[in-house]
Design a protein around this ligand. Structure first.
Ligand SMILES: Cc1ncc(COP(=O)(O)O)c(C=O)c1O
Length: 577
């Protein structure tokens, strides 16, 4: 009987399993078909042995063996055992000597690197990783989208769960062997709803997206046709590329704008707050199918009720990408998008403090009344139909097998998110942002919107007569990580001289308000150094980095920064440096 290639693969896996390999090599096994004849597979070994087998058989039967015949994948197999139940050892010593060493060395060769640590397996990568650890330990991390995960999350990420393929949804996978992976994903789904206090009758969640960019794209893919319209906050106003972005010359940058049409709304350039009236006007003209709220660098609360009313007026699905503030939402330390939105996406690694990845929450059950009556929702349905569309868009439309190590790590993080300690952490994140903002404002710095309601602030360094690019570089050399960002400057025009500063990461390391006052001092000192450096090296851009490396002020500030940072252990890494 001929076997399909899939069966041939299976026979290879079967015979390469260590237990069975041992018995195959030492004990006679007869097959009643050509199923082990697959060219190039391990079982070829058996065919060589078959001539020996018959002679061994008669000898062994006399010694009190029993012959067991059974069927494996529909093929008759014959196995011999002692009457006491043990497998029958080969009575042909010369054959064993000839075969075993070769098998053992092959086995050893395959297993050679299986248990090596990184330092042994790959010293080059290990050394770079160690340097990165030192960089994280000694520096002040102020990138608003970064954080430090705890040891338990790190353990799950580096675990055996990475070995398993589990395409599909829990309980309905393409491959078998997913009993425990299902349990993990079910737990993660339950915890995701619990972390945001969501009623499982009204909300469901997909925890498989590899990132928030892919989560957002999966939502568009599931709900829209190519070319349909979406509307999100423009990037200089604080929006994210994955909400649709094209350059002023019209070049589409993100897949969201390549496959869908997008038009963005803006903040009021003078106030820095979202201009809801203009947004409404634009949305009613443009009629997006999905209206997106949420962004990457917006320091203020979102008016979700207003977004809801605009979405209803133009018949759009209202989606929030809460990537930056999901930790604050979970801790109930800011307004919740769940009260008004149909779909909520997020990263899992920013303020939420979980592993790197994405998540999609979507409504299910009966629709909000207004949406049923809106003419654009003309299918007349009274129930949300997101579940199937979104799950299908994640897999198989845009992704393959879920990263189970990530899902387990997320489940762990979500368990922590539901604790009082996590609420206290997020409260501290906000207090620290307030402390930093006050310290900068006291020194006449200009903050977009004049302050912050959340975990980040946008600082217009133009008022110091320095550029965001120089400032970011000087800060990096002083071992402070921030990021430059486009903002609306004092004159209402888009300016590149903004920097975004966030507090979640250093709060995870134990910093409180007084520490952030110190951090403000470091930032101001770096601004002064940038001004001096810019004046001195304005014309020699090429040698700037070299000049900065030798700058005494930078060296001095870097030493102070590293001494300061050394007081705060990195979560998950046990120690200070
Ligand atoms: C609002 C928002 N959405 C999506 C993303 C993209 O997340 P990821 O890096 O997981 O794709 C970011 C990342 O900065 C973000 O700020």
């Amino acid at each position: 009987m001929a076997l399909s290639p899939a069966h041939s693969d299976l026979s290879l896996g079967f015979n390469s399993h260590s237990m069975l390999s041992a018995s195959i090599d030492c004990f006679p096994i007869r097959t009643g078909s050509s199923f082990l004849d697959t060219p190039g597979s391990v079982p070829l070994q058996l065919l060589e042995q078959r001539s020996d087998i018959s002679s061994v058989n008669s000898e062994e039967e006399e010694l009190g063996s029993v012959k067991e015949e059974f069927s494996f994948l529909g093929h008759p197999v014959c196995l011999k055992r002692h009457r006491d139940g043990h497998f029958f050892p080969s009575s042909n010593p010369s054959k064993r000597i000839a075969v075993e060493p070769r098998l053992e060395s092959r086995r050893a060769a395959v297993r050679a690197w299986g248990n090596q640590t990184i330092s042994v397996a790959d010293p080059e990568i290990f050394n770079i990783m160690e340097k990165e650890k030192q960089r994280q330990l000694k520096g002040i991390e102020l990138v608003a989208s970064e954080n430090f995960v705890c040891k338990a999350v790190m353990e799950a990420l580096g675990s055996h769960l990475t070995n398993k393929y589990s395409e599909g949804m829990p309980g309905s996978r393409n491959y078998t062997g997913n009993e425990y992976i299902d349990q993990i994903e079910f737990l993660c789904l339950k915890r995701a709803l619990a972390a945001f206090d969501l009623d499982p009758e009204k909300w469901s969640v997909n925890v498989q997206p590899y990132s928030c960019t892919s989560a957002n794209f999966a939502v568009y893919t599931g709900l829209l046709l190519p070319g349909d319209r979406i509307m999100g906050l423009e990037t200089p106003s604080g929006g994210h590329l994955s909400h649709g972005y094209y350059t002023p010359s019209g070049k589409n940058i993100s897949a969201a704008s390549i496959f869908f049409n997008s038009l963005s709304y803006k903040v009021n350039p003078q106030t820095g707050y979202i201009d809801y009236d203009r947004l409404e006007e634009k949305a009613l003209d443009y009629r997006p199918k999905i209206l997106i709220c949420g962004g990457s660098s917006y320091p203020r609360e979102w008016d979700y009720a207003r977004f809801r009313s605009i979405a209803d007026r133009c018949g759009a699905v209202l989606m929030c990408d809460m990537a930056h503030i999901s930790g604050l939402v979970a801790a109930k330390e800011c307004a919740s998008p769940f009260d008004y939105c149909d779909i909520v996406t997020s990263t899992t690694h920013k303020s939420l403090r979980g592993p790197r990845g994405g998540i999609i929450f979507y409504r299910k059950g009966s629709k909000l009344k207004k949406q049923c009556s809106h003419p654009s929702q003309a299918d007349g349905s009274t129930h949300y139909d997101f579940e199937e569309k979104i799950n299908f868009a994640v897999f198989p439309s845009t992704q393959g097998g879920p990263h189970n190590n990530h899902i387990a790590a997320l489940a762990i993080a979500l368990k922590q998110v539901a604790t009082l300690e996590y609420k206290a952490y997020i409260q501290q994140v906000k207090k620290n942002a307030q402390a930093l903002a006050s310290a900068l404002l006291r020194r006449n710095c200009r903050l977009v919107t004049g302050g912050t309601d959340n975990h980040l602030l946008l600082w217009d360094v133009m008022t110091f007569k320095i550029t965001g690019r120089y400032y970011e570089k000087v800060c990096e050399m002083c071992h402070i990580t921030i990021n430059k960002t486009a903002i609306y400057g004092v004159n209402g025009a888009i300016s590149r001289e903004g920097v975004r500063i966030g507090t979640p990461a250093m709060t995870s390391r134990g910093c409180v308000e007084s520490d952030f006052e110190m951090i403000a001092e470091f930032l101001l000192r770096a601004a002064q150094i940038t001004l001096d450096v810019q004046r001195e090296h304005a014309k020699q851009q090429k040698n700037l980095v070299k000049a900065l490396q030798q700058n005494k002020d930078i060296v001095e500030l870097r030493n102070c920064v590293e001494m300061f940072s050394s007081q705060f252990a990195l979560p998950g890494l046990d120690s200070c440096w």
